[in-house]
Design a protein around this ligand. Structure first.
Ligand code: SF4
Length: 572
């Protein structure tokens, strides 16, 4: 196996890694993936289940449910349920998640509908339309999620299909937004307008999104799956927390590769299980990313654990096999040869600006600015959404860029329009400036609307921030990640301070031996991401929610007193 674009050292490396394999050669592209045209999706999934059982395991009840009824074939069934005004029962609750519909009883006796929007970039038309759906069928508000996405909540039994039809009319296709599927494809929220970015990842996020939508065989994975594209800009896409994280890089000048954008591929990020994605050593041209992601997904689909939900994510295949074996299997699925390249021969990524997602900043296009708008705990009323869509049309480029920080960015604001645009934003009740505590706060749905939640999250997060703003003067952005259960949707392990919901004894109980259980949190400290990557350590267990504000105030006070030379929390 030779390739003229590689020097001798690379050829040796390549031979070593791929020795003994039959490598199909061909032109990289979106079609012609080995096996894709020969097997129907059901064949893949049946094979995967047979393998799991042959290995001595018993399929989980979720796997059995998926085998009995493909979630993508539920349209008529969902319509029948809606016509009868009934909510789903039993396996149907799980299967409907594959259609982006979550029946969230007992916390709320209603559906939550999660959307998909590649890169989180909505048009004003879509934003207004989603607001209209939330007003007509939902609770009159949406949540911006930690995957730069929107959720409509409090949808009644009669309306899940109406919501899905309304979304499709807006060009929002949300199949696979939940269940054992690939979740919303995230990307750098400033893609295309970031002065620092190496490459605009919007086309890649869109390609990946539509590839998934049009490949039924990529649904019904062993477990959920996250993919992100980072273009190397100011605002991190948190790609290291994804099952596949693509990170843009430039090879150093004078080396064997031309100095043009490539992507490194990291695999196995799942911070709820205390692991970041690890670099595979592979260097991809932009047009190779989607085919390689497809190959990774197929290897995972065929070999992920379908007998134990706790061990069913990609990380566990990687732990079991090691990266070398996994990548050899990926190579078998590809019609082109993977390119291996030492990360040290790439230029360092530009710094991520921790508060770059809020406030006014210059953008790549001369004379224009972007404005990051704070959206406390991600909640937006219908009225605010309509106003924001109008502001994006009037002063910007008609786009609303949601971010993994549960806020949004408006781009292409001309210098002369900055003042009126900010006034218009503030008239909605939202702000473009915020305290260092508020800037970096994210909170999952919690027990307010999620049955897994051990504690209410968004309200407690707001109380904490308001307390800190009143009591302590922070001079640096602090990430506060408040998550309701170990599923860690708000990624407590990467926060400067992470709070994990727990049931704890009521501290005000007259008889401590007979105390009721109330909301509380385990407290973690020192997590980080990107160049400050780190998994937070547990500092305290089972702190009642009522005591959290004072507790965190003390922690931050100590940090401010004891830090040396502007030391960050992650290294504290
Ligand atoms: Fe629900 Fe747990 Fe996710 Fe929070 S972390 S949204 S409580 S599953």
């Amino acid at each position: 196996m030779t390739d003229n674009s590689f020097n001798d050292e690379q050829q040796r490396y390549l031979k070593g890694v791929t020795a003994g394999l039959h490598i199909a050669r061909g032109v990289p592209g979106m079609t012609g993936l080995t096996g894709a045209k020969h097997l129907r999706p059901d064949d893949w999934h049946a094979q995967a289940r047979i393998r799991a059982q042959a290995a001595g395991g018993e399929l989980t009840s979720q796997e059995q449910a998926k085998a009995d009824l493909n979630p993508l074939d539920m349209w008529s069934h969902m319509g029948d349920l809606a016509a009868r005004g009934e909510y789903p029962k039993g396996d149907d609750v799980f299967l409907m998640k594959g259609n982006g519909l979550f029946y969230v009883a007992p916390n709320q006796d209603s559906y939550m509908c999660r959307l998909r929007m590649p890169g989180g970039i909505f048009s004003s038309h879509q934003f207004r339309g989603v607001a209209g759906l939330a007003a007509t069928y939902g609770g009159g508000y949406t949540h911006v999620t930690t995957r730069a996405n929107l959720q409509i909540r409090e949808i009644g039994a009669a309306d899940p299909v109406n919501v899905k039809m309304g979304l499709a009319d807006l060009g929002i296709l949300n199949n696979g937004a939940g269940g054992d599927n690939i979740r919303n494809i995230t990307g750098s929220p400033l893609a295309g307008i970031d002065p620092q970015e190496i490459i605009d990842v919007t086309p890649l996020a869109r390609q990946m999104h539509h590839h998934i939508i049009n490949h039924r065989e990529l649904y019904g994975l062993p477990r959920k799956f996250n993919i992100a594209f980072d273009g190397g800009g100011r605002i991190s896409a948190l790609e290291g927390t994804n099952d596949i994280g693509f990170s843009a890089v430039l090879p150093k000048a004078g080396g064997p590769l031309p100095r043009r954008p490539y992507f490194r591929m990291g695999l196995g990020g799942i911070t709820g299980h205390q692991d970041f994605a690890r670099d595979t050593g592979v260097m991809l041209k932009p047009e190779e990313c989607v085919p390689v992601a497809h190959a990774v997904l197929k290897v995972f689909l065929m070999n992920g654990d379908r007998t134990d939900r706790d061990k069913a994510r990609l990380k566990y295949v990687l732990d079991r096999w090691g990266f070398d074996k996994f990548m050899r299997e990926v190579q078998k699925e590809l019609p082109f040869t993977l390119r291996w390249f030492d990360l040290k021969r790439c230029e360092a990524r530009g710094p991520a600006v921790r508060d770059g997602h809020m406030g006014v900043h210059d953008q790549a296009q001369a004379g224009y600015h972007y404005i990051g708008v704070i959206c406390p705990v991600g909640r937006l009323s219908v009225k605010q959404m309509q106003q924001i869509a109008d502001i994006a049309d009037r002063y910007g480029d008609g786009k609303i860029r949601t971010t993994v920080w549960q806020n949004f960015v408006l781009g292409y604001i001309a210098e002369a329009d900055l003042e009126p645009a900010i006034k218009a934003i503030e008239a909605t009740g939202l702000h473009v400036e915020a305290s260092p505590a508020r800037t970096g706060m994210v909170a999952c749905t919690g027990s307010f609307g999620c049955k897994f939640g051990n504690a209410e999250t968004k309200g407690n997060a707001m109380k904490l921030v308001e307390h800190l703003e009143a009591k302590i003067e922070l001079d640096t952005p602090i990430n506060l990640n408040v998550t309701g259960c170990p599923n860690s949707c708000a990624q407590h392990y990467i926060g400067d301070i992470g709070l994990l919901g727990a049931r704890v004894d009521d501290p005000d109980a007259e008889d401590p031996e007979d105390a009721d259980q109330v909301d509380g949190f385990h407290v973690f400290i020192g997590g980080g991401y990107d160049d400050e990557q780190g998994i937070a350590r547990e500092l305290a267990a089972s702190v009642p929610a009522s005591q959290i504000p004072a507790y965190i105030e003390n922690v931050l006070g100590l940090y401010l007193e004891e830090r040396k030379n502007g030391e960050r929390f992650v290294r504290y």
